[in-house]
Every structure is written in structure tokens, then in C-alpha cells.
Design a protein around this ligand. Structure first.
Ligand code: NAD
Length: 245
């Protein structure tokens, strides 16, 4: 998509690692001006404006989004990617875990979006892309809390798309399957037998391998770009065929 983002400015939350870092890198390569918002910006791609903030802190999010908007001379694109994993059934996750994961994965997305909307309304090509997951709909084992958080992301995406279509802001989601990132590495460590769980994950991919961060990034770029100008309120699966095959 070389040049597809010339003149456009994007903020990527969680852009210092995994899918977010791949997305920030791809946006820069496609001509966008990019800010990475992360609780730790170490690992963010060179060329991005770095803003440190925790998406659970509304005041710091507002400040970081405004700093990014000022540094980039506007904001056209928000990639709501920051997220954390959780392993367990409802008997295993306690209230503290529920509160923390929902706060980061769901409310964090709402906070960043709310802070960015005044900037996005001034754009001719405004787009928000939310990182969902196939866990939202597929009933994955041992992911009750994580799946609930991503189900909420899906509902939030559809609701935001409706609320802001008149503002000229498109809102879509990308639902990755299993992507080889540090996020997955940490999740595997939560299992009794991480090696067996990794083999099971590989075996579940219809394509025979996990999805790469760059493959997810390219789907995010499509939904963020003017190429998808008529697409809003959708979720695009990038899952190696797991959901439908
Ligand atoms: P990752 O752990 O590699 O990166 C997540 C980034 O988010 C990190 O840089 C981290 O510092 C940042 N972050 C976490 N909590 C934050 C907070 N409170 N405030 C600010 N930044 C915060 O993860 P990843 O695998 O690249 O996942 C990115 C997104 O994709 C997540 O929303 C995740 O749920 C989703 N996803 C991942 C997979 C997968 O298999 N990796 C699958 C489906 C969906």
C-alpha cells in the first residue's frame, strides 16, 4: 500500500509490540505520519512519535492523544490495539482479573476513541480500527474472560460505527486468529504444558500455521485506508480459516 496513506496521520495504541508494532511499521511504510501510544514505548518502530500512556487512565489518555494530534498536525486514523490476555474459566478468574482485563481491553478502547473523536471529526478520511479476536464468537476453551472482553469489543465497534457515521468516522474491527506475538507467548505460559498448547494452536490453523503480525497489519491498513471508504460496522477475520472452514 505504498503511498496509500500520504497526508494521513495515525495513532496506534499498544504500538510498541506485536500486531501494533507491525501496524505502525506498515503505516509508516505506506506514507502515514504515526504516533505510538503505549504504556512502554520501548520497541516502537523508528520514525513514530512516541507517547507514553496507560489506556486505563483517562486523563493520561486524553493528554497523550492531544500530544500526538499536535505533533502529527491532526489525526485521521486510530488503531485501538492495546490489549491484554487472560487464561481461565469463570471458576478460575477472580474479580480483580475481570476488572483489569475489561478495563484495558474494552474501556481503554472507549477512552482512546473518546479522546480522539474531536480530532477525527476534522478529518476527511477518519477511521477507527478496533482489535477484536475470533475468541469473541468462537467459544474458545479456557478463555472466558478474554472472550467476553472481545465480544464487548465487537459490540462496541458496531455501536460506535452507528453513532459516528454522521461524523464521517468509519469504525471497523479486525478479528485475528492466533498470531505469533509476545502476547501469545505469555498466554502459553499460563498453561500447565505450554509446548502441548502451542502444538494444539498450530494444529487448529486450517492453513497449517499461525497468522503473522504483518498479515493482521495489512488487514488493519485496508480498513484504515480510503480504499475501504464504504465499509463501516464490520469485523474482518484474519484467522487462517479457523472460523469458517
Ligand atoms: P502484545 O502483548 O505483543 O502487545 C500489546 C501492546 O499493548 C504492548 O506493547 C503493551 O505494552 C500494550 N499495552 C497493554 N496494556 C496497555 C495499557 N494498559 N495501556 C497502554 N498500552 C498497553 O500483543 P499482540 O499479540 O500484538 O496483541 C495486540 C492486540 O491484538 C490485542 O488487543 C489482542 O487482544 C489482539 N489479538 C491478538 C491475538 C494474538 O494471537 N496475538 C489474537 C487476537 C487478537
Amino acid at each position: 500500500m505504498s503511498g496509500a496513506f500520504d497526508g494521513l496521520a495515525a495513532i496506534v495504541t499498544g504500538g510498541a509490540s506485536g500486531i501494533g508494532a507491525a501496524t505502525a511499521t506498515a503505516l509508516l511504510a505506506a506514507g502515514a505520519r504515526v504516533a505510538v501510544l503505549d504504556r512502554s514505548t520501548e520497541g516502537a518502530p523508528e520514525g513514530a512519535v512516541l507517547v507514553t500512556a496507560d489506556v486505563t487512565d483517562r486523563a493520561s489518555v486524553q493528554q497523550a492523544v492531544d500530544t500526538a494530534g499536535e505533533a502529527l498536525g491532526g489525526l485521521d486514523i486510530v488503531v485501538n490495539n492495546a490489549g491484554i490476555s487472560a487464561v481461565g474459566t469463570v471458576e478460575q478468574n477472580d474479580d480483580e482479573q475481570w476488572a483489569r482485563v475489561l478495563d484495558v481491553n474494552v474501556v481503554g478502547m472507549a477512552r482512546v476513541s473518546a479522546a480522539a473523536l474531536p480530532w477525527l471529526r476534522r478529518s476527511e478520511h477518519a477511521a477507527i480500527v478496533n482489535l477484536c479476536s475470533i475468541a469473541a464468537l468462537n467459544g474458545l476453551p479456557d478463555r472466558a474472560l478474554y472472550s467476553a472482553s472481545k465480544g464487548a469489543v465487537l459490540a462496541l465497534t458496531f455501536a460506535m460505527a452507528t453513532d459516528h457515521v454522521a461524523d464521517g468516522v468509519r469504525v471497523n474491527a479486525v478479528s485475528p486468529g492466533t498470531v505469533a506475538t509476545p502476547f501469545v507467548e505469555r498466554m502459553l505460559q499460563g498453561f500447565d504444558d505450554p509446548v502441548a498448547e502451542r502444538a494444539a494452536l498450530d494444529a487448529r490453523q486450517a492453513t497449517g500455521r499461525m497468522v503473522t503480525p504483518d498479515e493482521v497489519a495489512q488487514a488493519i491498513l485496508y480498513l484504515a485506508s480510503p480504499l475501504s471508504a464504504s465499509t463501516t460496522g464490520t469485523a474482518l477475520e484474519v484467522d487462517g480459516g479457523v472460523t469458517h472452514l
